[in-house]
Design a protein around this ligand. Structure first.
Ligand code: NAD
Ligand code: IPM
Ligand code: MN
Length: 357
């Protein structure tokens, strides 16, 4: 019987549609486990630009920091894409990750038995995969200086930079997680070309000395992208930098059948941020067809990593699994024989299952 305050950021595009379904499940968790959740609605991204003229305000940061966790929808869309970089919705998301000190982004990809035929890959390739991408989230080329356009606009540049401390802390976290799983860690870099990757690799090797029980291997990112579709079962935990992790986790999502299935937890600071890995999906916003499962699985991660409510997290995960087992599917994961449902129906079914599983 706990009392928790949650920051809720619905966001842009499909964000509000799927966050609503996440909160339905959370209300069922509240009833079943006799918790009280108070919600503080905050705005980041396009919805903040429309209200306050900027994608993130200090007041929003302060509000979030006063709560127990941030439940985050998605940001962005064509309406704001021509703004200067620091005023784009995406700058708001990067800003809140940085402000929270959320340096580690955990993106688990597991295949539900029921969805084995939904993937574009062969059944034998994906059956039983269970991998975790640990993406460094507050450094690398996303944040490196200098960046920008030359004055004559004939050049543009970004800088990929990592400090010893940044690599060390993400490597340690990844080793700690690997130790609790199948004890295999793959560090992905581009050390054959980039100095920053060579530096990354050397530090990962140094950190590995404290983890003799974890098997470490290194892979260049181009090979890793190929191996993920060739033989994804070889992976347990993948640790990598910000931009490589962004790309590889979208790729990993298709092993599970749809990007609408992949959740994430961004941790390392005082308040964690929990969001799907997908974006605001402007192409389907407002149509009521978005898959809310990535958002609902992000809720499970919020319960587990943000509030340390392990039973409650498991209950939400089991509810999702049960509804899939019953054959209900949003259009992105549906095959012909499935019971097709829209976003709200899927959310209702999962919320009901939370009270029953
Ligand atoms: P996207 O992830 O929004 O969409 C890619 C494709 O996946 C689209 O066809 C979309 O319809 C589909 N898709 C995504 N989520 C889905 C869901 N839950 N159910 C069913 N289908 C789903 O990526 P994009 O189109 O490259 O980007 C759109 C906007 O989102 C951009 O402004 C981008 O910057 C932003 N974005 C935000 C986040 C975030 O808020 N964390 C993440 C990625 C992209
Ligand atoms: C993600 C997104 C973001 C990223 C964008 C929207 C800033 O693609 O969360 O994966 O690149 O980190
Ligand atoms: Mn991404």
């Amino acid at each position: 019987m706990g009392k928790f305050v949650i920051s809720v950021m619905e966001g842009d595009g499909i964000g509000p549609e799927i966050v609503k379904e996440g909160l339905k499940a959370l209300e069922e968790v509240a009833k079943r486990f006799k918790h009280t959740f108070e919600y503080k609605y905050v705005y980041v991204g396009g919805c903040s630009i429309d209200r306050f003229g900027v994608p993130l305000t200090q007041e929003t940061i302060d509000t979030i920091l006063s709560t127990d966790a941030l439940f985050f929808g998605s940001v962005g869309g064509p309406k704001w894409e021509n703004l200067p970089h620091h005023l784009k919705p995406e700058a708001g998301l990067l800003g809140i990750r940085k402000a929270l000190g959320a340096f580690a982004n955990l993106r688990p990809a597991k295949v539900f038995r029921e969805l084995i035929n939904t993937s574009t890959l062969k059944k034998e390739v994906i059956e039983g995969i269970d991998l975790l991408v640990v993406r460094e989230l507050t450094g690398g080329i996303y944040f490196g200086e200098p960046r920008g356009f030359s004055e004559d606009k004939k050049k543009a540049f970004n800088t990929m930079v990592y400090t010893n401390e940044e690599v060390r802390r993400i490597a340690k976290l990844a080793f700690d997680i690997a130790r609790q799983r199948r004890k295999k860690l793959t560090s992905v870099d581009k050390a054959n070309v980039l100095e920053v990757s060579q530096f990354w690799r050397n530090i990962v090797i140094e950190v590995s000395k404290d983890y003799p029980d974890v098997e470490l291997n290194h892979m260049y990112v181009d090979n890793a992208a190929m191996q993920l579709v060739r033989n994804p079962k070889q992976f347990d935990v993948i640790v990598t930098g910000n931009i490589f992790g962004d790309i590889l986790s979208d790729e990993a999502s298709m092993l599970t059948g749809s990007i609408g299935m992949l959740a994430s937890a961004s941790v390392g600071g005082k308040v964690g941020l929990f969001e799907p890995i997908h974006g605001s999906a402007p192409d389907i916003a407002g149509l009521g067809v978005a898959n809310p499962i990535a958002q609902i699985e992000s809720l499970a991660m919020l319960l587990k990593y943000g509030l340390k409510l392990h039973k409650e997290a498991k209950c939400v995960e089991d509810a999702v699994a049960l509804v899939l087992k019953m054959g209900y599917r949003t259009q992105d994961i549906a095959t012909n024989s499935d019971k097709k449902v829209n976003t709200t129906q899927m959310g209702d079914l999962i919320a009901k299952a939370v009270s029953e599983v």
